[in-house]
Design a protein around this ligand. Structure first.
Ligand SMILES: Nc1nc2c(ncn2[C@@H]2O[C@H](COP(=O)(O)OP(=O)(O)O)[C@@H](O)[C@H]2O)c(=O)[nH]1
Ligand SMILES: [Mg+2]
Ligand SMILES: [Zn+2]
Length: 349
């Protein structure tokens, strides 16, 4: 990893300009409205501070790239006191301002953010990554096996966080019967979500992956052991630590321990994330959830009851669509699993 200059750029130039304009306005306002000084204090970066971007966070230490160099930083005390619904106040990808003492004194408003409900405190939001364009939702054919409801959980979190989802099915070399995979591909193509089939090990489908990441910042997300780090290694030509799949449990060992911002080629950035065992959606109502299943909702318009949960109601057009094969059973099962929390619980409002 050498070229850090890229890290501090935001890839979406429109968003970047908007952000910078907003910052300037904030600075301007503070000049003229002295009476509002206290309030402005937390609304703008302090004097003589420098802008940077968080590269990685480990216990008690935050690495930030500032003017092309990595510095070790921490959160300023006043920031720590902020009461939020977030478990973590900053995350990888955050644009921050470092004061003269080398501490993070200001966090810029995020233009996008991937988050989930915290594993321990479901009411708290766990920020996974910020200011990225797309989430590469990685799953594998086997070890661990494909779970459609997990893909859908990620898609919902991605769209809610203001990013574009891309599905990457890795370990395609292990695919036997392709019926299930083809049906999945059909579902997501119908939703206009790119669906890539790749093998990090056998270097299959890497050209399309390179095309997808070009000129963007992406976050690789997905269960532990699906091959996120292996894919990033293929893209960078470097070797980051890859976990060996523990034969007994068929689960990858947790080798990527912290999320990390990485440069992948000339004009692309990505964030590698540690594997997670579960992905609980944060702060979502069941109505909102249904709205994210746009294909299902389309049939739902003619249900006998309104609102209809499409679970038990008589005269439900969604269930009829499933029965007649117009809506995929896989997709409906996934809806049910997420809605009812069969696969894992949600943080429902
Ligand atoms: N068969 C097969 N194994 C793979 C492939 N990609 C990765 N693996 C293996 O899957 C395991 C987990 O990979 P890793 O990149 O650490 O997964 P991560 O936890 O998602 O970062 C390692 O043993 C890899 O060698 C692939 O395309 N095919
Ligand atoms: Mg990894
Ligand atoms: Zn219905």
């Amino acid at each position: 990893m050498s070229d850090y200059s890229l890290f501090e750029k935001s890839f979406d130039s429109r968003k970047q300009m908007r952000n910078e304009r907003k910052l300037l306005q904030q600075k301007d306002r503070s000049k003229f409205k002295k009476s509002d000084q206290n309030k402005e204090e937390i609304l703008k970066p302090p004097e003589n501070s420098k802008r940077g971007r968080i590269v990685t966070i480990s216990t008690g230490m935050i690495k930030v790239v500032v003017e092309g160099e990595i510095i070790e930083s921490g959160l300023k005390g006043s920031l720590k006191k902020e009461v939020t619904r977030n478990k973590n106040l900053v995350t990888v990808g955050d644009f921050v301002w470092i004061d003269e003492r080398g501490q993070i004194a200001y966090v810029e408003k995020r233009y996008s953010c991937l988050s989930r409900a915290d594993a321990l405190h479901q009411r708290k939001q766990h920020l996974i990554a910020a200011n990225i364009d797309q989430v590469l939702i990685v799953a594998s054919i086997e070890n661990p096996s494909l779970k459609p409801s997990l893909l859908d959980r990620y898609i919902i979190a991605t769209e809610r966080g203001g990013m574009k989802p891309v599905i990457i099915i890795n370990k395609i070399d292990l695919a036997g019967d392709l019926t299930f995979l083809n049906e999945l591909e059909e579902i997501y193509k119908g939703l206009e979500i790119p669906f890539l089939k790749v093998s990090a090990l056998h270097e299959i489908g890497l050209d399309s992956l390179k095309e997808i990441v070009k000129g963007k910042s992406s976050v690789f997300s997905g269960q532990s052991g699906v091959g996120k780090t292996s894919l990033i290694n293929d893209l960078t030509g470097q070797t980051r630590r890859v976990g060996s799949v523990v034969q007994k449990t068929k689960k990858g060992s947790h080798t990527t321990t912290h999320a990390e911002l990485i440069s992948i080629g000339e004009n692309a950035l990505c964030i590698d994330t540690p594997g997670i065992k579960s992905f609980a959606l944060w702060d979502i109502t069941s109505e909102e959830l249904t709205n994210y299943f746009s294909d299902l909702q389309k049939f739902g318009e003619t249900c006998k009851y309104s609102p209809c949960s499409h679970t038990h109601e008589p005269g439900c057009s969604v269930k009829e669509a499933v029965a007649s094969g117009r809506l995929s059973q896989i997709r409906y099962n996934s809806y049910l699993a997420i809605r009812e929390g069969h696969d894992e619980p949600n943080s429902l409002r």
